[in-house]
Ligand binder design. Structure first.
Ligand SMILES: CC(C)(COP(=O)(O)OP(=O)(O)OC[C@H]1O[C@@H](n2cnc3c(N)ncnc32)[C@H](O)[C@@H]1OP(=O)(O)O)[C@@H](O)C(=O)NCCC(=O)NCCS
Length: 231
């Protein structure tokens, strides 16, 4: 499979098993993976069916095999809603896997997930201007919730293809920024994002905890701001 033979399309419910399969391989240490394949499938199902403005895409080869996916957009309760909707199921998973409770890595992953949820739910708004100069376009941020490719397809351009499609979508929808959270130890993903122009966002205490952002040059937003600057 090379990027020349790949096509990108929106993901549907029928793709969930393939998405979960890639997630399990791509994130073997994630809290979600530790809860099992079905928990992963349900997590992505919630991202498709919940009250989000989501643009979930996959790269497929000619045989229809999913090579990678990217879930992006505005997610409302990506984690909280999933936990609520699957409370009983998840409790039963933890009860049958009590060793998870003694695993610090599990809690670390949960902490990161909660942290990233808080970051994503924050809306990025432009510095306030006088009422007469208020632009019609607000500086909204398009979040990347999850991106992963099959391990054998890393370094082949699949991830870049997916990110490029997501970025185009964000621009078309008038977003002026993108944001994501990455584990600070995930050097490959960080290298990937930096290669594509993403930058690290420091927390108020000057420590980097995995938040990254990318500014998009959307024609609409730019022209609005230019007009205002010259008025
Ligand atoms: C993150 C991911 C989507 C990136 O896709 P990829 O195909 O591996 O990315 P690329 O090979 O195009 O780019 C990776 C960049 O990271 C760096 N890199 C490559 N191999 C690396 C390695 N073994 N260790 C550290 N950095 C590495 C390089 O800078 C490389 O850029 P280059 O091609 O110019 O050399 C993919 O690795 C993946 O699915 N990882 C598992 C899931 C994941 O971590 N997702 C991100 C969660 S926030």
């Amino acid at each position: 499979m090379t990027d020349q033979t790949l096509s990108v399309r929106n993901l549907g419910v029928s793709d969930l098993a393939s998405v979960a399969s890639i997630h399990v391989q791509a994130f073997p240490d994630s809290a979600l993976t530790k809860l099992g394949f079905e928990a992963v499938r349900r997590y992505y199902e919630w991202q498709m069916k919940g009250p989000h403005d989501a643009y979930n895409i996959g790269a497929f080869d000619n045989d229809g095999t999913l090579g990678g996916f990217c879930f992006g957009g505005i997610f409302r309760g990506a984690l909280g809603g999933f936990l609520d909707a699957n409370r009983r199921y998840l409790i039963s998973r933890v009860i049958t896997r009590p060793w998870l409770l003694a695993n610090p890595l599990f809690f670390d992953r949960v902490r990161l997930a909660v942290q990233s949820l808080n970051w994503r739910s924050r809306r990025v708004v432009a510095k306030p201007r006088p009422a007469a100069q208020q632009p019609q376009v607000q500086r909204r941020s398009f979040g990347i919730l999850s991106i992963a490719v099959r391990p054998n397809l890393r370094g082949t351009g699949v991830a870049q293809l997916l990110m490029s499609h997501s970025e185009q979508m964000a621009k078309q929808l008038g977003y002026s920024m993108m944001n994501l959270s990455v584990h600070e130890a995930n050097s490959r993903a960080i290298g990937f994002y930096e290669k594509l122009g993403w930058t690290r966002v420091m927390d108020d205490d000057g420590v980097w905890r995995g938040r990254m952002t990318k500014t998009l040059a959307t024609a609409d937003a730019d022209s609005v701001y230019k007009q205002l600057d010259h008025s």
